[in-house]
Design a protein around this ligand. Structure first.
Ligand SMILES: Cc1cc2nc3c(=O)[nH]c(=O)nc-3n(C[C@H](O)[C@H](O)[C@H](O)COP(=O)(O)OP(=O)(O)OC[C@H]3O[C@@H](n4cnc5c(N)ncnc54)[C@H](O)[C@@H]3O)c2cc1C
Length: 507
């Protein structure tokens, strides 16, 4: 008996799952997940991603079993696994979502495509985000996004002929795949059920604090939706989140703060796809400057001591080090603090965005290559089309953690530092250090550079490139390919919320 093979990738749900829905309409279905060691050995993979994945797979398997099916999990290169399954029992067609992943998964998909051609097999691929494959024109992109988000969500199939896996699902330990990073003790748990709970809690309660609450690292952990890992692993479909938010906006009375919060939130869901589209249209963005005129800007100046200080949380700038400490504990940070970390790495520390991006990809539970690499380049100033945004970590601390609650929570030594020295503790006189029991260079790091001077020099180097005639001339083609076509909002509005919208609207 022939069957259809549904290959689950970063879409770990049954609900609003077009490949599963379509495969079920056309005969018996086998559900497959492939654990690919080469992807887990890559520089952007970490234990926390794998553990979140495992939790999500267990949830998915349970949901399938309730319907009489189950998830078959295989370990190996995708083409080898497909060939193995084919030899055991040829399947009629392969079904999956399109994936805009990293360079490795892109190459893997090309290999699977060749294998399908060789086996004369149809591979039905469906979009799962508002990301358009082989996009010709950005002008129509927004309308496409709206169309996709307005279409009906698909129910999880109830009636289907499911092929049961012969063996119960066994999932290897992270170490077997060479994953040895510590699991952040406070990271979010995987699975659709956790995703739904997080969504409900946000729609009905936490969204009231979204506007005004997402920039400070103190309020952001509860004011932000915290849906990013569930979207990145596909435990929730983007469309169901957009539709649920819009329903809630319509149901809430005028003036309810949740309305404004959810409206701003939906605009982020639009940016989610806008950024992923960039990597879809140009997969090389993972390792090549979006604007080639910036090639050579930082490559030759790699400073391992600066990088080490950053990843150890020992830059001496309290807000930066506290953010690194929080990341290690939770696997999450809000947008503004992510942007500040990259800004500090790219300007005063003058580090190239790629190794920093690999380190951050491992720290972020919600690592989504399309958003991540586009944002890395945007914050590092190598897109050539965005305004240069340099976040001063001392100013950010004054604005968003003026009383030091955040830094004192994450950096215990800061609890002994008097308020007057909160923002620049390395300047404390030796006598005072002795009095309060904090030694600069031991308990608290000393910044590796003078922030003001190093930032000024970095900007000058960037502007020298930006000012070149040929660099200016090459901008138009990048705007045509990657630029947003959203009409600029009135200036006052654009400055609200986190402030980053303004930058994007400058395209
Ligand atoms: C250097 C850098 C790297 C980043 N890497 C990632 C990443 O790997 N994965 C990821 O999901 N987000 C990334 N972001 C964007 C943003 O910081 C996170 O989406 C957000 O902090 C996740 O928390 P949340 O779901 O509570 O956000 P919310 O504010 O509740 O936003 C809801 C959703 O909208 C999308 N979104 C929000 N902000 C942005 C944005 N600026 N650009 C694109 N989409 C956005 C995300 O899918 C997010 O889950 C990055 C930002 C920066 C500056």
């Amino acid at each position: 008996m022939s069957y259809n093979l549904v290959w689950f990738k970063r879409d770990l749900r049954l609900h609003d799952h077009a490949p599963l829905w379509q495969a079920c309409r056309h005969g018996p279905v086998q559900c497959l997940y492939i654990i690919e060691p080469s992807l887990w050995a890559a520089a952007d993979a970490a234990s926390q991603h794998y553990l979140f994945l495992r939790e999500s797979l267990l949830d998915l398997d349970l949901a399938l079993r309730k319907r009489g099916g189950g998830l078959r999990v295989e370990i190996g290169a995708a083409v080898d696994v497909l060939e193995l399954l084919w030899r055991q029992a040829p399947f009629a067609a392969l079904y999956s979502h399109q994936e805009t992943g990293n360079w490795l998964s892109f190459q893997r998909d090309l290999a699977v495509q060749r294998w399908c051609q060789m086996r004369r097999l149809t591979w039905h691929e469906y979009p799962q985000f508002g990301v358009v494959r082989r996009l010709r024109d950005r002008d129509l992109w927004q309308a496409e996004w709206e169309k996709l988000m307005a279409a009906n969500c698909l129910e999880a199939p109830t009636a289907g002929q499911w092929l049961q896996p012969e063996l119960p699902m066994t999932l290897p330990e992270p170490q077997t795949l060479g994953l040895t990073q510590p699991d952040p003790p406070q990271r979010q748990q995987g699975g659709r059920r956790q995703g739904i709970e997080t969504l409900r809690d946000f729609l009905f309660e936490r969204s009231r604090a979204y506007r005004g609450g997402i920039s400070s690292p103190l309020s952001a952990p509860t004011a932000c939706s915290r849906l990013s890992p569930y979207l990145a692993f596909g435990c929730l479909s983007l469309r169901e989140v957009v539709q649920a938010s819009r329903r809630q906006i319509a149901a809430l009375p005028q003036g309810d703060p949740r309305r404004a919060g959810l409206t701003a939130f939906v605009s982020r869901l639009y940016w989610h796809c806008h950024f992923i589209q960039k990597l879809e249209s140009e997969p090389e963005l993972e390792f090549r400057n979006m604007h080639r005129g910036y090639d050579g800007l930082r490559e030759a100046d790699w400073n391992p001591h600066h990088f080490q200080a950053l990843i150890d949380g020992r830059t001496g700038w309290p807000l930066v080090d506290a953010c690194v400490a929080m990341l290690k504990q939770t696997g999450w940070l809000n947008f503004r603090m992510r942007a500040m970390l990259v800004s500090v790495a790219s300007y005063p520390l003058w580090l190239h965005w790629q190794p920093v991006g690999h380190w951050l990809a491992r720290q972020f539970l919600d690592y989504e290559p399309g958003i991540h690499w586009s944002q890395m380049q945007m914050q590092a100033g190598t897109t050539g089309i965005n305004a240069t945004r340099v976040y001063n970590p001392i100013k950010q601390a004054r604005d968003h953690d003026p009383h030091g609650h955040f830094v004192r929570h994450w950096l215990p030594a800061m609890r002994r530092v008097p308020q007057a020295w909160l923002f620049e503790p390395w300047r404390m006189p030796a006598r005072l250090q002795q009095q309060c029991g904090v030694k600069v260079g031991v308990d608290i790091a000393e910044p590796p550079v003078d922030l003001e001077i190093a930032t000024r020099q970095a900007k000058a180097r960037l502007y020298a490139v930006r000012g070149k005639a040929e660099v200016k001339a090459a901008k138009a083609a990048i705007v045509a390919k990657h630029g947003s076509r959203q009409r600029p909002a009135p200036r006052r509005k654009a400055r609200s919320a986190s402030g980053w919208i303004q930058t994007e609207l400058e395209f």
